[in-house]
Design a protein around this ligand. Structure first.
Ligand SMILES: *Cc1c(COP(=O)(O)O)cnc(C)c1O
Length: 356
């Protein structure tokens, strides 16, 4: 027996009609998109949901959803004649930009906030050969600097203020509807610079208008309590959270996120670092999903909404698992672990296991 050909998972091909792809756009891929929608085995029942899914954006080639936007942003930059790209980054944007730049033969420049970036992400930017500047200050400061740099020097800006990033990222919503046959009632997503919640909302709306979906989801966004400008209604000068990917005090896509929240009848709320870590631990231990702390904010938020009385019965929810846990081994190693020591012999290992 021969297998039937798989439909392409290359998002620039698959959703070409709904993206700003032209005949001159270089169709270069690293295998982004087509990520699994994994059904919950434990948290779904506890919350009384009809169904809970995790969209594993952690399975993208550089380990985060940033690849969906970057594949398009860098292709469009090349189409426009760019020879170099630049971004400010809490880590994942730089990892993705550096990888796609290699594939296109471009130079990548990344500006990261000093000392506040997960080790795995910095490692990715380094091995892909990006020029890295660690800048004193926050992500927000770094973004202000690169915006200015991009106007003064011949480099294309590939942060999510680049509209092609949002366009590429909306394909995550298309995939969810294509797989479930409709939009879920609730979409849970971490909010940092607020590009992704805006992108998903756009994707769901476009599919709804095309009648590929019969309903629109409520957009439930979650910020970390120490970095919750949209929740507080004011920028945060010194954002603090263990979830470094959402450690942002003045989101670039603030207005779009508020629009997504309000038009969808949704909510943007805060979760504590303790709640994020508890969801992070449970995702790994009960669902076999190893994500980075920022990703766990979506699940922590859903759990908290349930605890505060949200009625989830009969509803389907999807949580976006935005990035891979391997990027941030320090956080994983900080979770209480029981590691037993043994000598190099069978009886010693048996004793260590408590079997003798
Ligand atoms: C970038 C990022 C976020 C935040 O997404 P925004 O579009 O900035 O709101 C969340 N989680 C991870 C893992 C990220 O890399």
């Amino acid at each position: 027996m021969t297998g039937s050909p798989l439909p392409t998972r290359f998002i620039l091909e698959r959703y070409r009609e709904l993206l700003p792809v032209t005949d001159r756009t270089p169709m270069v891929t690293l295998g982004e998109g087509g990520t699994p929608l994994l059904r919950s085995r434990s948290i779904e029942k506890e919350l009384g949901l009809k169904a809970l899914y995790f969209k594993l954006e952690s399975m993208n080639p550089t380990g985060s959803f940033k690849d969906r936007g970057m594949v398009l942003a860098i292709a469009k930059a090349v189409e426009d004649g760019a020879k170099a790209v630049i971004c400010a980054s809490t880590g994942n944007t730089s990892a993705s930009a550096a990888a796609f730049a290699v594939r296109h033969g471009l130079k990548a420049y990344v500006i990261v906030p000093d000392g506040k970036i997960a080790m795995g992400k910095l490692a990715q930017a380094i091995v892909h050969g990006a020029d890295i500047v660690q800048m004193a200050g926050s992500f927000d400061d770094a973004l202000n600097v690169v915006r200015e740099l991009a106007t003064r020097h011949p480099v294309a800006l590939v942060n999510s203020v680049n509209p092609h990033r949002i366009e590429g990222q909306k394909t995550g919503a298309f995939e969810i509807v294509d797989e479930l046959g409709d939009a879920p009632e609730i979409l849970c997503i971490p909010v940092g610079n607020a590009g992704n919640i805006s992108a998903y909302w756009r994707g769901f709306q476009e599919y709804y208008e095309l009648e590929h979906a019969r309903q629109l989801p409520q957009m439930w966004g979650f910020q970390a309590e120490g970095a919750a400008p949209i929740v507080n209604g004011a920028p945060v000068a010194h954002p603090e959270t263990i979830a470094t990917a959402i450690r942002i005090g003045n989101p670039a896509s603030w207005d779009m996120a508020v629009d997504a929240r309000d038009r969808s009848g949704g909510r943007i709320r805060a979760v504590t670092d303790e709640e994020i870590l508890e969801a992070y631990r449970r995702l790994a231990a009960e669902e076999a999903v190893f994500c980075e702390p920022a990703s766990a904010a979506s699940v922590a938020g859903l759990i908290r909404q349930h605890r505060e009385g949200a009625d989830l019965s009969g509803k389907t929810a999807v949580c976006i698992i935005t990035g891979n846990g391997l990027k941030d081994p320090d956080t994983a190693l900080g979770v209480t672990a029981q590691i037993h020591r043994a000598e190099a012999d069978l009886p010693s290992v048996e004793r260590a296991l408590g079997w003798a």
